[in-house]
Ligand binder design. Structure first.
Ligand code: G4P
Length: 550
């Protein structure tokens, strides 16, 4: 009897373990965490919204519209504050589609916030790049794709606004290959464009969806048609369009390699879809293919070792910090991407940099535009943790292991200014404010080696106003700026300080040397010419345009 009891308990425990483990694995496999990137106005917000509509996460168009910082806000920081409030809610948009848990990480389109986008890209497992059919590849897209390529992030390209007159599809594919350095293969192909836009041939699923231009807002206005050689095609889209489509597809098959999922996952091949986000055309095809081919949470390299998402112990890192809008509640929301294990409410976790254990009683999960307290989250998920100043971007959280995820690199800012204290009575507040805003990643701080003066570097001029405004309203401190002409910040690879050339470099260029917030040496070149001269004169001193170069 006892034997029977022990044995059945053992079997039950075994079953429970297996069930729990299986479900943990299944939870990982069903997750897709990605970002949508584009040049402003290409249609990122519209596409995001349509994806949410498919997931049933929102009921009507227009719900995510407010998410973006409008172009008109270039010097209006009050507007930015308002937008900042909205963007907390839309930082992560999650929904379920065909049993897949989809997490879209919002990337600000405004170029002044490009640094935010770069950081968010460290937390995605794949991206969708949106390109405007009329404008082709634009500058902002080039920069963002370059970051993705550096990290071999799998990319799907969506060419948008096919309902408008645009460039020829083959020219666009060439543009994408040449300007973005990608190796594309179209998985859908347009039939006509603009006024003549008739629909899309879905190469991936081998069928045709026809576009009914009369009721442009209707999601279901497509007709499935699955044999390209069928003479009925000529009747439906006309002889000319049918012939053109057959020729184009011959060309596609002749010129572009067949889709290879492995290559896509390695970041070596990029499938392309065509469509119109506004008209909800080609979006379902994109989403259906996306959930099938896009990667589930990937292993991530820490300084110490590679961490697999299937590992049971929690590890994760902070990729974004959002300050509370309400000055009476100074807490911030730190966004953690879970890399492995589960994140559980009220369980103590190690804040590795500070070496202390922290418990979180109200971790937030994100669903559509809402955030809610969650008991358990899985790899690929983003949790928002209320923070009173413990976290900074790049911090790692574990279950006890001393593990550090590789830092999130800083890129050279575009604008530099000295920051001065404009109210001597509030020096303490000013430095605290600067410190916290830099932890949040609003801008970068450099301290000059020569005289200890502080220089703020930003991606866009707008951030200077944001900093000034926030220092005053959140910290009660006042600052003023002074121009500091810098062409590029270059991180200096640590050298043997006894090296004569390095010593000479440090002596001669002392005026242009500074330390970044983590104490790394930075050369602030004042012109392209001076940078070139420095590189020629001191060839053994290695200068890098990002803070991460190992
Ligand atoms: P973004 O987030 O990348 O900046 O772009 P967003 O989605 O806001 O789209 C920019 C503009 O392009 C919007 O028009 C949007 O309606 C339009 N758009 C997006 N997709 C398509 C498409 O497939 N076809 C056409 N014709 N237009 C598209 P807007 O006038 O700037 O804004 P709104 O007044 O429509 O809100």
């Amino acid at each position: 009897m006892l034997y029977f009891f022990v044995r059945s308990s053992y079997l039950f425990a075994l079953f429970l373990c297996k069930f729990l483990f299986m479900s943990f694995k299944e939870e990982i496999v069903r997750r897709r965490t990605f970002g949508i990137i584009s040049h402003p106005d290409a249609g990122k917000t519209t596409l995001t919204e349509k994806l949410l509509l498919f997931g049933g996460a929102i009921q009507e168009a227009g719900a995510v519209k407010n998410n973006k910082i409008k172009k008109s806000a270039t010097s209006d920081f009050m507007e930015i504050e308002r937008q900042r409030g909205i963007s907390v809610a839309t930082s992560v948009l999650a929904f379920i589609y065909k049993d897949k848990k989809i997490n879209i990480l919002d990337t600000p389109g405004h170029k002044d916030f490009a640094e935010d986008t770069f950081r968010t890209l460290t937390a995605v497992d794949s991206v969708i790049v949106v390109i405007d059919v009329a404008k082709g590849v634009e500058t902002q897209t080039e920069k963002l794709v370059e970051v993705c390529r550096m990290r071999n992030i799998p990319i799907i390209v969506f060419i948008n606004k096919l309902d408008r007159e645009g460039k020829d599809a083959f020219d666009l594919l060439d543009d994408v290959e040449q300007k973005l350095g990608l190796s594309v293969t179209p998985l859908s192909f347009p039939i006509g464009m603009g006024y003549d836009f008739k629909g899309i041939y879905n190469i991936y699923e081998k069928n045709i969806n026809l576009f009914s231009g009369d009721s442009k807002k209707n999601i279901e206005d497509t007709i499935a048609f699955d044999d390209i050689q069928n003479p009925e095609l000529d009747q439906i889209i006309g002889d000319k369009a049918a012939e053109e489509l057959r020729d184009n597809l011959d060309l596609v098959h002749g010129v572009y390699p067949a889709f290879d999922k492995e290559k896509y996952l390695e970041g070596k091949q990029q499938p392309v879809f065509f469509g119109s986000a506004l008209n909800n055309f080609g979006v379902r095809e994109l989403l259906d293919c996306f959930i099938e081919i896009a990667p589930s949470p990937q292993p991530k390299m820490a300084e110490e070792r590679m961490v697999d998402s299937n590992e049971k112990e929690l590890t994760g890192f902070v990729f974004k910090i959002h300050a509370n809008m309400d000055p009476k509640h100074r807490d911030r929301l730190a966004f953690i991407k879970i890399v492995s294990g589960t994140f559980e409410r009220n369980k103590p976790y190690l804040h590795v940099r500070q070496g202390k254990k922290l418990k979180f009683s109200s971790p937030n999960a994100f669903f559509a535009e809402k955030k809610e307290i969650v008991d358990i989250s899985y790899p690929g998920d983003i949790v928002g943790l209320h923070d009173t100043g413990n976290f900074k971007i790049g911090d790692t959280l574990t279950q006890g292991e001393k593990l550090n995820y590789k830092g999130i690199p800083s890129f050279s800012p575009e604008h530099f200014r000295y920051i001065n204290n404009a109210d001597p009575m509030k020096a303490k507040q000013l430095y605290k404010g600067i410190d916290q805003l830099m932890d949040e990643g609003v801008a970068q701080l450099f301290t000059l080696e020569l005289n200890g003066r502080k220089v703020i570097g930003t991606v866009g001029a707008l951030q200077f106003e944001v900093i000034q405004y926030r220092l005053e309203h959140e910290y009660g401190a006042k600052c003023s700026y002074e121009n500091f002409p810098v062409y590029k910040a270059c991180w200096v690879e640590p050298e043997d300080i006894k090296d004569e050339e390095f010593k000479e470099f440090k002596r001669v260029k002392q005026k242009f040397l500074a330390q970044d917030k983590s104490g790394q040496l930075v050369f602030l070149a004042d012109s392209q010419f001076s940078l070139q001269m420095t590189q020629q004169k001191y060839p053994s001193v290695k200068l890098h345009f990002t803070s991460e170069f190992n």
